[in-house]
Design a protein. Structure first.
Length: 442
């Protein structure tokens, strides 16, 4: 038996061949006796929709079932929305940005509108009713987004029932959105200066009904999942990312709060009057998939509290700024064909006031001018900090609009979550980030 310099002589025992390492590299020792030590498999997970949360591609290097290296490939859903904004007026921008993160369209619109209003210098002129409606719509949208996360993550881990229940409740919220805006998704409802139209009385009735129903449903979700041994096994201690890792990677939202840091822009940098609402910022100490599940469930309960407070604060008043050079479209109504200018308003500007007609035509076709400058506005979306960097050159169109999209930033955490774990846990870890590729690629 030959001896290797730097190592003790190997010997056979009842348990197999034993080495006593006295120096050198352990990997070199293993390679000498393990003929498949260098055999690793490269697996493409995606790009496809099921089990990868949108058109995301993960390139995984596997050793057995253990992930040794993980790389994320994005861009398959790229739509060029940010570039398109440069060729549309400031109001038309709402119809583009709403399509980025398609599970949280109200947040895309609100962040954009807040940035435009900051450039215009009219932040303090936004009416109380408009701000209250924005909070109401955002919190309903947060609920619908978290419901999709719960439903799809449950499906990906084998809990089919929660998929059906989550989408059932989401449908109720989308019905409310349709009653208010005329559309289920991609509403272009929040506009610079306020919102497109007021909340009708029938929507208030539906929201009250939802508030009465939803707490019971959340309890049912917990009864279904929290005590389920397989769900616990697939989530506890899986895909851990502590607060240091989150901060280093720029990860925000529920993933950061599930690592113990109570960072929520609604509290730390309030906007739209959030400082006047009572709500808590849920956290969890463990930083794993289970913690993210617990945080999102708790956030849904806080959103219900916020919706109820918003309804109580919804006092009569205008929903657009008084400046008619900004308040476009002037008077909208939901009709059989969706949403457009009310017939009464069209009759007035067409038949009674030539000045109103000219003003309306120029405002719609050219848009209003925004003073030159640049601003950054951040809000708390369901996935974390959604920021808008808007630049104006003084014209009727944006010079540049760039989004700090939490899905894009949070996806940087995939290698940290996946490497060293099992391939089955890549699905749980990736899903727990809740990425929406429409926002990531935009």
């Amino acid at each position: 038996m030959t001896s290797t310099p730097g190592y003790a002589t190997e010997r056979e025992t009842a348990e197999g061949r034993v080495f006593t390492v006295t120096g050198g590299d352990w990997d070199t020792v293993v390679e000498g006796t393990d003929p498949i030590a260098q055999e690793r498999i490269i697996v493409n997970m995606g790009p496809q929709h099921p089990s990868t949360h949108g058109v995301l591609r993960l390139i995984l290097e596997l050793e057995g079932e253990t992930v040794r290296e993980a790389r994320s490939v994005v861009g398959y859903l790229h739509t060029g929305i940010e570039k398109n904004l440069e060729y549309r007026n400031w109001v038309q921008g709402s119809t583009f940005v709403t399509r980025m993160d398609y599970l949280a369209p109200i947040f895309n619109e609100t962040a954009y509108s807040l940035a435009v209003e900051k450039l215009l210098g009219i932040t303090d002129e936004i009416t109380d009713r408009a701000n209250t409606i924005r909070v109401l719509m955002m919190e309903l949208n947060r609920l619908s987004s978290h419901l999709v996360w719960l439903a799809t993550t449950g499906m990906e881990l084998g809990a089919i029932s929660i998929m059906l229940y989550g989408f059932r409740e989401r449908e109720f919220i989308l019905d409310i959105f349709e009653t208010i805006t005329g559309l289920r998704m991609n509403h272009a409802y929040v506009r610079p200066g306020g919102v497109a139209q007021d909340v009708p009385d029938e929507a208030i009735v539906k929201i009250r009904e939802f508030l009465k129903m939803m707490p019971k449903r959340l309890k049912e979700y917990e009864d279904l999942l929290s005590g389920q041994p397989i769900w616990v096994e697939r989530t506890k201690g899986v895909a851990v990312l502590d607060v240091t890792g989150c901060v280093a990677l720029g990860v925000t939202g529920p993933v950061l709060r599930s690592a113990g840091l109570a960072w929520d822009l609604r509290k730390t940098m309030p906007y739209c009057g959030y400082e006047n609402y009572e709500f808590d910022v849920p956290t969890h100490p463990d930083g794993d998939v289970w913690g993210r599940y617990q945080v999102r469930l708790a956030e849904m309960r806080e959103s219900l509290k916020l919706v109820e407070q918003a309804l109580d604060r919804l006092k009569p008043g205008p929903v657009m700024v008084a400046d008619r050079k900004i308040a476009w479209p002037a008077q909208l109504a939901v009709g059989l064909d969706g949403m457009g200018n009310s017939l009464e308003h069209v009759a007035k500007i067409m038949g009674q006031s030539m000045e109103s007609l000219i003003h309306h035509f120029k405002l719609v076709t050219e848009g209003f001018r925004v003073p030159a400058g640049q601003v950054y506005v951040g809000i708390e979306s369901p996935r974390g900090e959604l920021g808008v960097h808007a630049v104006s050159d003084g014209g009727t169109r944006p010079y540049r609009v760039h989004y700090r999209e939490p899905s894009f930033v949070n996806l940087q955490a995939i290698p940290a979550l996946a490497e060293g774990g099992l391939i089955a846990d890549v699905i749980a870890g990736g899903a727990s980030l809740d990425p929406v590729m429409g926002g990531c690629d935009r």
